[in-house]
Design a protein. Sequence first.
Length: 283
Amino acid sequence: MPELPEVEVLARHLRPLLIGKTIRAIEVRREKVLLPTTTANFKKVLRGAKFTGLQRRGKYLLFELRLQNSRKEILLLGHLGMTGRMLLAPKKTIPPKHTAVILNLGAQNFIYEDTRYFGRLTLDISSAEKLGLEPWNKTFTPEQFHKKLKASRQAVKVKLLDQSLIAGVGNIYASEALFRAKISPRRAANKISLARAGKLLSAIRDVMQEAIDCGSTIPLNFAAQKTDGLFYFGRAAGAPDYYEERLRVYDRAGKPCVNCNFPIKRVVQAARSTFFCPQCQKD
């Protein structure tokens, strides 16, 4: 599932392509992705609206639009789910098989494609309003982070996936940040000291920023891709910094730790795979 860095890279890619464009026509092929918005209301509100901005909030995309013949601004929430893709393609291009929504912008179409239809493109923004602070929020101090962790008895890896704690951290980067901070993913969140909470928050910020920096160097040409893979999977000519190859523990079970050569271990926590080094992350 795409996490904060992937969504940030996509937002940076789409923003200049969308701003100033007007939605001229709308085709909904899978109403499920609009819920709880209805197709009728989706079309009524968005037809004639102009894109004025695009921001990321956690793992969500918030498209800013000005309504037709009005100064009123609204937000359209996008979420990629597990297999979603958002791209612009020439109007005459045949849409991908699993296209859910098409917004015609004149010479181009904005296409939301989702193989499994777990994502969303909706006028309901309540999901984003429930999120915790962004990792880089200046008011998010180690003391505040520590206070939130102290309120939970869950394993720290599981707690990091709680989007009300910190917005945008998913399974991959939770494992990576805990490894960098040398904290066991099994340790109870309320057993994390203030000093370790500070190291963990710094590790989260570092691993996220590194992923964004790597992803930002990769040209996104989804229309030419044959897979649902996003930005960091595999290696392509001229793009040596794909982030998957920089991951230190995630999906490396049985391989030697980059620090101590001890085999990386995989365990399941809250139905999600966790990867860590038992030697480097003892407590």
